[in-house]
Ligand binder design. Structure first.
Ligand code: SF4
Length: 446
């Protein structure tokens, strides 16, 4: 049996895959090393979405191979989007790697480790099956989470049926496939029973949940069932399409006990020509109306979005329209990317790419505009009260928590001063916001 060190890169969906693999390893009698440098086998679960992610994956793979070459571990296994997308190139680029696993082969990990223990030195690495992935995986140990005790990500669907012109994900993650409601209810129950206080539903597009199933499943229906579970916990969903937010979903959210009023809806842009060129024409009609509609339907709604600048054909007028839109809507949180051409995507060879310095300037201007809006919105929260989830306790430095409008790992935190020792991570506490510090809020117990 081996001790395996997991390096999980990329998005929360990839982390969910790492949790599936971790559960499989434990079920097969292996152990999880506290850190990769103390493992017999290093498993690097990679992301291949854009160039910076690929560079990070390469860096971690090479570091693991160097660790092996120095005799500190026995094998290096690489999983996830890199082997799935670049099967052939991986063998050449990383000859020291012992095994490659695609996103459809998570459950082959135990047998791969068995094969590796018998494998002759220099034999060809165990590799990935060809073709687009078609499977979904339930966690063998539903409660297992690599995010710590307080919150978890629950992947409700795999793949994507959209064809956004800039995005390669459908090319290596495959078509949309939603996990069955019963499996998700089972996973949520196990998480809640083991003290998880926040379950974040994730997928490439959570609002598409169930569209591939013929059993009437939908995000609204799933939330209704999860919300009926007993316990004290939050439910949040991340990455949706605003034009897929149904009235039924809004009704469920407005009347729910556990669902936080949080909408994470990447719009990418607002200019009609650009949205059409991005092959997101179906989002044009609702782009003006959705913020007011959501805010009216769900009290205290938090709106988060993501934008892309520098897309081929984007003019100063298009960019000005985006700036005006962002200033009018005043999103609570906004992230932005500069377009980068991705091999195999419809936008890779589109003409009219703005010069890099122009794209960078637009990115800077957009983020500065949003930073000002975020400051004003946070200033307006001073004096307000809310129920916060403690995520860390730091003795004299007080506690670190999140309010419902603060999603894990992407939004700011709420720092609570002077907290009694009895308070611990996973507790919900009533707080009064006293101020702000950068993207964080400061608070006192109410
Ligand atoms: S919704 Fe669009 S951006 Fe997101 S994974 Fe699907 S194709 Fe890519």
């Amino acid at each position: 049996m081996s001790s395996v060190g997991i390096v999980s890169l990329g998005c929360s969906k990839n982390l969910a895959d790492s949790e599936v693999m971790a559960g499989l390893l434990l079920k097969a009698g292996h152990t999880l090393a506290p850190t990769p440098d103390r493992a017999d086998v290093i498993l690097v679960n990679t992301c291949a979405f854009i160039e910076p992610a690929r560079a990070e994956a390469a860096e971690n793979i090479l570091a693991a191979c160097a660790h092996k070459a120095a005799g500190h571990c026995r094998a290096v296994v690489v999983a996830g989007c890199m082997p799935q997308r670049y099967r052939e190139q991986m063998l050449e680029a990383f000859p020291e790697v012992d095994a490659l696993l695609g996103v459809d082969e998570l459950d082959r990990l135990p047998e791969v480790l068995k094969a590796l223990s018998k494998r002759r030195r220099g034999a060809l690495p165990v590799t990935v099956a060809p073709g687009l992935p078609t499977r979904t995986f339930d966690k063998p140990i539903p409660a297992l989470r690599l995010t710590g005790p307080v919150f978890a990500y629950m992947k409700i669907a795999e793949g994507c049926n959209h064809a956004c012109a800039f995005c390669a994900i459908p090319l290596f993650r495959g078509r949309l496939r939603s996990r069955p409601v019963d499996a998700l209810l089972g996973e949520a129950r196990a998480l809640i029973e083991t003290g998880c206080r926040e379950i974040n539903l994730v997928a490439q597009d959570v609002t598409a949940y169930g569209k591939d199933r013929r059993d009437g499943s939908s995000l609204a229906g799933l939330l209704r069932e999860l919300d009926a579970l007993e316990g004290d916990f939050w439910l949040r969903w991340l990455y949706g399409f605003h034009n897929h937010v149904t009235d039924e979903l809004l009704e469920v959210m407005a009347g729910a006990r556990h669902v936080v009023p949080y909408f994470d809806l990447p719009i990418q842009h607002c200019a009609t020509d650009i949205l059409r060129a991005m092959r997101r024409a179906d989002t044009i009609k609702a782009i003006e109306s959705f913020p007011a509609r959501l805010r009216a339907a769900v009290p205290g709604a938090t709106l988060r979005t993501t934008c892309m600048v520098g897309f081929p054909g984007e003019t100063e007028d298009h960019f000005k329209a985006l700036l005006d839109y962002v200033q009018a809507v005043r999103f609570d949180r906004l992230g932005a990317f500069v377009f980068s051409p991705e091999e195999g995507t419809a936008a890779a060879d589109l003409p009219g790419l703005p010069p890099p310095e122009v794209a960078q300037r637009r990115h800077r201007e957009l983020m500065e505009t949003q930073a000002r809006i975020a400051r004003e919105l946070d200033r307006a929260r001073v004096g307000s009260r809310g129920r916060a989830l403690v995520v860390d306790y730091r003795g004299e430095d007080g506690a670190v928590a999140r309010l419902p409008h603060q999603a894990p790992e992407v939004d700011g935190l709420t720092r609570i001063a002077h907290v009694p020792d009895a308070v611990k991570p996973g507790d919900f506490v009533e707080v009064r916001v006293t101020g702000r510090r950068g993207y964080d809020l400061t608070a006192a117990l109410a």
